[in-house]
Write a protein that binds this ligand. Structure first.
Ligand code: PMP
Length: 424
């Protein structure tokens, strides 16, 4: 195999004819495959079914004297706060345990900034001329959409192998209109980047011009290695406090990829001062979240150590799937010099950078051949990848045999798109 850019026009034409023939063959199979969203597989969901039988008798539903079936405790059961504090390395008093979706807690925190203002806000953000928001990219599409829906101006910050480009961040936060920043510090979505210790320190010690700057620290994949041992991570709350930024940070996590995405438990960890301010405001909209589900999780997951053991069982299911994708890329694409990717150790995605200007075309070809992928551009603010290059691959949902077919078709499509771009 030879790099496409080093081929003569005739060689490229011959390669194109061969790849196109492969493509037509695959298309004729009429497959329906999906590598679009980071969903756990049925096998993973089935693995945790015991959680549904931990609460049976009436007395099972009582935790620390609190009847989980009844109203109250808007910030969650103490036992649930203790479980998340153990996992995140923060204090139980800093944890607000919510419903099934951490995304809802994130949306709600930002929504409160707009409607009520935060603890250190001069006024609600809805009364401001302009709100700007830092979006390390490639990043998580749903994050970007949350801040976009409130009308913030999204500013792209390039991601590096160590996390966001901090020189750029430190420059941008001098602007008081810059009110916050998205982060996925461990196994970032989609690249699987783990922020370096130095990047994390630079973030924790930032001095933004906005007094109510929100450091959104979405630790969605904090215990989600599929390769190797658990990698410890810093407690961002105490690091921020160390630099006088205790009220700047809002950390999020959930059990969506530990138990059930449709019925897990989420947490927002932030300073006690922030919680004292936010709790009464949140209490207007709900008397309490689903504490039965919180208790089910407490009884089933028990503590950090026990949860990490479960994560190794998830890893055993996920690992072969990631290997299927990465091996196919190594074998089919690496020698051709038409794309790059990283080898993540955890998280739910592989991020593929296609030859610039070909991502949209490659995914259109995939769609025609029955393979659904996350739309090109989704990993950038406003859904616009300026280089039309980044593609997010989600290998978790399909069984390995289907994934083999899907990634084979994907490789054919990125080859075709690259050959078209180079000219045939
Ligand atoms: N954050 C990140 C970075 C994610 O990738 C996802 C799911 N894809 C979520 C949050 C969603 O989390 P939850 O289910 O807790 O809303």
């Amino acid at each position: 195999m030879m790099k496409y850019t080093e081929m003569t026009a005739r060689q490229r034409q011959a390669e194109y004819d061969a790849v196109l023939a492969d493509y037509e063959k695959q298309k004729a199979l009429g497959l329906k495959l999906n590598m679009a969203r980071g969903k756990p597989s049925t096998e993973q969901l089935n693995m945790v079914m015991d959680m549904c039988s931990v609460l049976v008798k009436p007395e099972d539903f009582v935790s620390d004297g609190i009847d989980s079936r009844n109203y109250g405790n808007v910030d969650g059961l103490p036992a649930a706060k203790a479980l998340f504090a153990d996992i995140l390395g923060c204090k139980p008093e800093q944890c607000f345990v919510g419903g099934n979706a951490s995304l809802q807690l994130m949306y709600d925190a930002i929504s409160k900034a707009y409607t009520h203002g935060l603890l250190h806000s001069e006024k609600p953000w809805s009364k401001l001329e302009k709100v700007k928001w830092l979006c390390p990219a490639p990043g998580y599409d749903r994050h970007f959409k949350v801040t976009q829906t409130f009308g913030a101006e999204l500013i792209t910050v390039p991601m590096t192998a160590d996390g966001p480009d901090m020189d750029r961040v430190e420059e941008l936060i001098q602007d008081p209109a810059v009110k916050g920043m998205w982060n996925v510090p461990k196994y970032s979505n989609p690249e699987g980047v783990v922020y370096s210790d130095e990047t994390i320190r630079r973030i924790a010690s930032m001095k933004p011009a906005a007094p109510d700057f929100m450091l959104m620290w979405d630790n969605a994949y904090c215990i989600h290695e599929f390769e190797g041992d658990f990698v410890p991570f810093a407690d961002i709350l105490s690091l921020c406090a160390e630099y006088g930024n205790a009220d700047m940070v809002y950390e999020f996590a959930s059990t969506s990829k530990v138990t059930f995405p449709g019925a897990g438990v989420s947490v927002m960890a932030t300073s006690e001062a922030n919680l004292a301010y936010l709790k009464p405001i949140i209490n207007i909209q709900t008397i309490g979240y689903d504490k039965i589900n919180q208790l089910r999780h407490v009884k089933y997951l028990k503590n950090k150590e026990h949860t990490l053991a479960l994560m190794q069982r998830h890893a055993a299911i996920l690992r072969p799937k990631f290997h299927t994708v990465l091996d196919a890329l190594d074998r089919e694409i690496a020698p051709l010099g038409i794309g790059t990717w990283k080898r993540p150790m955890g998280g739910y995605f592989v991020s593929y950078d296609a030859m610039p200007g070909t991502a949209k075309r490659a995914l259109a070809l995939c769609k025609e051949a029955g393979v659904t992928m996350t739309g090109a551009g989704a990993t950038f603010p406003y859904g616009e990848d300026p280089r039309d290059s980044n593609i997010r691959i989600a290998p978790s949902l399909p069984p390995v045999e289907e994934l083999q077919q899907a990634i084979a078709i994907f490789c054919i499509c990125v080859k075709l798109a690259a050959l078209e771009k180079l000219g045939v």
